[in-house]
Structure formats: structure tokens, C-alpha cells
Design a protein around this ligand. Structure first.
Ligand SMILES: O=C(O)[C@@H](O)[C@@H](O)[C@H](O)[C@H](O)CO
Length: 358
């Protein structure tokens, strides 16, 4: 197994690369979408939470990440002894009308194909994506982890969860602020319609992924409620994702298996789910984090204190000879001058020890 580390856009610098390597990472997941593009967000070092009606921020208008950008990032990482294993998430500016089935859909399918080709050419093996209208919305932040460490979670349904998505926004980011008008919302669709949009997207992108040697790794719905912001989720039980991966029938379509999100689901068994995907070789990479309780009351915890027995997960992965990457995803913030660094270093140390002894 490969120990990896995820870095947000604003962390893609030498200092963070050195930190990741020092914490034991050999592989990197890079987020090239700036989730914090609001100018004044003081929480830029923590994960984006999704407790605001207007979402994470304004999606930056930019051209589809070109080959040159990708290869230069790869080379900068290589200087630190790190391999760029995956990009996580697609800027909503590139694909909002694929999610919304809007007028630019076909043009935007070409954007995603181009991104996949650029990744293939640069030798980046995995694109993590999350097919969702509401995106990561409706969580709150609080002193939920051991010793009062700040983490995210849910305390029942917050107001945002039932507030419809305004037009101009999707995936919890604003892609066109000129469209945002009071009362103008995205019409609710059915889960079947969302499944259709996703299937059509895969039918067009997967052949290109296969040709390019890139795997598309699907993130489960986060948080896994049946409906958020009046829109359905692709899935809210492990079985939904098993079904989607099975019907896509391509070795290039796999899971970005987030243990926390799966364990938060109102039903389903995390160990059986990991076993299912590991046995079939359907895991792109793993978000190795822990939670307590299930939606709508779950809380993120330190990696060693939640409901999931992480050693058991590693044993299941070993049993099926899983060779892919695991990353901490995110961790509670620890009380000190570098709360994010301390939380992530704690997770990395714990995971490294598990990998050493199991
Ligand atoms: O902060 C983060 O990294 C999370 O929000 C992600 O795990 C997120 O759930 C996925 O990237 C899916 O978008």
C-alpha cells in the first residue's frame, strides 16, 4: 500500500511538499480547484465545511488544467521524492452543465475529456470526481473530537440542507455570480434523472479514460443524505455505489473510497463494503478517516477514536492485496499554532504504524 497525502490548491508549495514527505507520504493527491475563493475566509487551512447558503466560494474561471501545469506540478513534487498519484475534483467551471444538463453540456464533456487526456500524457493515473448537484453541503464545525478538537459533522439537519440551490451555483460553488437572483433556484430533479446524467457522462468519458490510462475514481455522497438542498444524491447507501460501479463495466471506473462517508451512511456495513470493493479491485484510492455515529448526527473524529476499527480495515485490504494509495483526507484541528499540520501529522503517524504492523 502507498501512503499518500492530499493537498488543497493553496497548499501546493515546497513547504507543504516537504511536510507531506516528512510525515511519511510518498504519493500526493492534489486539489487544483480553489474551494476557498471568497477572499476573506480565515479557515483556508482547514477543509471546506459547506455550512453556508452560498457554498464554498466562487469557482475560479480558468482553462482546463493544461498538460504544462500538470507536468510542472509533477516535477516540483518529484524534487521532494513525491509522486503525483491523483487529482481530486473537477472545477465546477469546467463541467457545471454536465451536472445540470445545461446548454453547454456537450462542450463541457470535451473539457473533461481534455483533462483526462492531459492527465494521461502527464502520467497522472487517477482523477477523483464527485458527481453531485449540492456537493459537500450541510455540515457544521464544532469541538467534536477528543479533548474538544475542532472537527466537522452534523447535529441534525441544518437550515442549509433544505435551502434550494440558487441558479448560478452547483457542487456547492458559484460558477456564475451574474445569475444569482433571490428566489431563482435550480429546479429539483429525480434521483433517476441524476443517475441518467451520470451514466451518460461515464459513457462518454470512460472510453477516453481507458485510452489515456487514467482511472476515474468516484467519491460517495458527502454527507450521505437522501436529499440535500432539494436535490437527490446519487447514493446514500453502500449498495448504491456497488451498483453504479458494477453497471459502468470498466476497470477504469473505481471508487475514491471515503471510509468516513461510507461509515456515516444510515445503513450498511463499512467492513463488508471495503471487502466488496477490495476483492473486485475497484478502489482507486482511500480516504482513511474515522467518524462517530451516522447521518444526520455523525461527527468526524481522530483516526483512532471513531466507530471504525482502522486496523481491521487494513487487514481486509491486505487480505485482498490492495496495492493502491491511502490518504488521511482530513483530520480534527489540534490546539496549537499549527492546528491543521498537527492533526494531519497525528493521522499520518497512526496510519504509518498500522501499515507497518498489519
Ligand atoms: O475536504 C475535503 O477534502 C473533502 O471535502 C473531500 O473529501 C470531499 O468530500 C471530496 O473531495 C469530494 O468532493
Amino acid at each position: 500500500m502507498k501512503l499518500g497525502f492530499g493537498l488543497y490548491k493553496q497548499m501546493l508549495d515546497d513547504e507543504h511538499f516537504a511536510f507531506a514527505r516528512q510525515a511519511g507520504a510518498t504519493h500526493i493527491v492534489a486539489h487544483l480547484t480553489d474551494y476557498f475563493n471568497k477572499g476573506e475566509d480565515e479557515n483556508r487551512t482547514d477543509q471546506p465545511v459547506g455550512d453556508q447558503e452560498m457554498g464554498w466560494g466562487i469557482a475560479k474561471k480558468e482553462e482546463v488544467w493544461p498538460y504544462e501545469t500538470l507536468i510542472s506540478l509533477k516535477k516540483r513534487l518529484a524534487k521532494h521524492g513525491l509522486k503525483l498519484e491523483a487529482l481530486e475534483n473537477i472545477n465546477p467551471v469546467f463541467w457545471h452543465d454536465i451536472l445540470l444538463d445545461g446548454p453547454k453540456r456537450d462542450e463541457q464533456v470535451e473539457n473533461v475529456k481534455q483533462l483526462v487526456r492531459n492527465m494521461g500524457k502527464a502520467g497522472i493515473p487517477i482523477l477523483g470526481y464527485y458527481f453531485s448537484l449540492a456537493g459537500v453541503a450541510g455540515r457544521i464545525r464544532g469541538r467534536f473530537a477528543r479533548g474538544g478538537a475542532v472537527a466537522v459533522g452534523m447535529e441534525g439537519k441544518s437550515e442549509v440542507i433544505d435551502t434550494p440551490i440558487p441558479r448560478g451555483m452547483v457542487w456547492n460553488m458559484i460558477y456564475d455570480s451574474s445569475q444569482i437572483q433571490p428566489g431563482d433556484i435550480i429546479e429539483p430533479i429525480s434521483r433517476q434523472e441524476l443517475i441518467r446524467r451520470h451514466r451518460d457522462f461515464l459513457n462518454e468519458i470512460l472510453p477516453v479514460a481507458e485510452e489515456s490510462g487514467v482511472q476515474l475514481a468516484m467519491h460517495p455522497d458527502d454527507p450521505p443524505l437522501k436529499e440535500i438542498r432539494k436535490q437527490p444524491r446519487l447514493g446514500y447507501q453502500p449498495d448504491h455505489f456497488k451498483e453504479i460501479i458494477k453497471t459502468s463495466e470498466s476497470p477504469n471506473h473505481v471508487m475514491e473510497l471515503c471510509l468516513g462517508t461510507i461509515a456515516e451512511m444510515a445503513s450498511g456495513d463499512i467492513y463488508e463494503t471495503v471487502e466488496h470493493f477490495a476483492k473486485r479491485d475497484e478502489i482507486g484510492y482511500i480516504h482513511f478517516r474515522n467518524v462517530r455515529n451516522r447521518v444526520p448526527y455523525y461527527k468526524e473524529t481522530f483516526v483512532d477514536e471513531g466507530d471504525i476499527d482502522m486496523a481491521r480495515i487494513v487487514q481486509i485490504l491486505r487480505k485482498h492485496d490492495y496495492r493502491g494509495m491511502i490518504i488521511p483526507d482530513h483530520a480534527p484541528q489540534m490546539s496549537c499554532e499549527a492546528p491543521w499540520h498537527a492533526g494531519m501529522a497525528f493521522s499520518m503517524g497512526y496510519i504509518k504504524a498500522l501499515l507497518q504492523y498489519f
